[in-house]
Design a binder for this molecule. Sequence first.
Ligand code: GDP
Length: 365
Amino acid sequence: PLSCGIVGLPNVGKSTLFNAITQAGAESANYPFCTIDPNVGVVEVPDERLDKLTELVTPNKTVPTAFEFIDIAGIVKGASKGEGLGNKFLAHIREVDAIVHVVRCFQDENITHVSGKVDPIGDIQTINLELVLADLDSVEKRIDRSRKNLKGGDKKYVQEIEVLERIKEALYADKPARSLELSEDERLLVRDLHLLTMKPVLYAANVSEAEAANADGNPFVQLVREFAAEEGAEVVPISAKVEAEISELEGEDKEMFLEELGLAESGLNRLIRAAYKLLGLYTYFTAGVQEVRAWTIRKGMKAPQAAGVIHTDFERGFIRAEVVSYDDLVAAGSMNAAKEKGQLRLEGKEYVVKDGDVMHFRFNV
Ligand code: GDP
């Protein structure tokens, strides 16, 4: 499954946020493919369309789609040189698809800050520098290797070196690799380097309980927003402490607590949705009387691959898919009505699945 790594300096609220994530926890029986590991939290993706489909179909069961958050604690200054538990953590970051970077925007005299004062931009730069240094190391090693290969006369290394040099230049200027505009081909050339600064990032600005409903009144949050805008990154203000409390409540109690705080929904839900978007993911639905369910795919996946997300047999034996878009289905009011209006399409192996498609697969066993 796709995953998002949670990083940040010590004492910024990572564990508090991660605990809220695991506490809010997904029904694990629904997600047998997910990793069982104390550092992995499975989250369900809130989606109003799923509620609407449930109303329409009244199935026995509704299952949201899910992805994983991984707690990557322990990054400190000097990590790229192997200080702290340095390299081990960088290796963990290498494996995730996107990064949620928690930064401290709350003031609390009782909680020590590693650098002595609340300074979210300084914190971001400290961590980013470690990631940049680790990437520089990877890039320089690869340039050396490709230069040697180039002497053998293989032209494909010319373009590779050209891209690597551009990335190196950006890194030297303290800019993440993702800030460069690379073509799809150029991206492919460097993909196997798994550069840390190529991964999409979202900053979670951790504010105090009192600021939960009005986080943008916190001047540090504004600084983080300005910084992120320059990088083209997203910001989600959140109060980790409040989320930890919310995650212990359910149903009406939860609604009441949110209302008291003046929140329309939990910050965790906002974070999950923002992370999902950051990962570039699409959702399609299956809607049977037994089960209405949301499934996650990457943009651009074709029907057989999308079917494979449910079960590998579905991909192997794929014949065709019956497809209706979510909007058409809801407007028609029922599957039969959509069919009568000619909105139920038969699609084959080359069909590229769209976000919000409601699919029914035909396959050979
Ligand atoms: P980590 O080292 O980044 O995992 O940080 P923790 O989640 O362990 O948090 C460090 C300390 O800060 C803990 O005592 C938390 O209770 C506290 N903390 C986290 N978020 C907030 C917050 O929003 N407000 C206040 N006052 N304390 C917080």
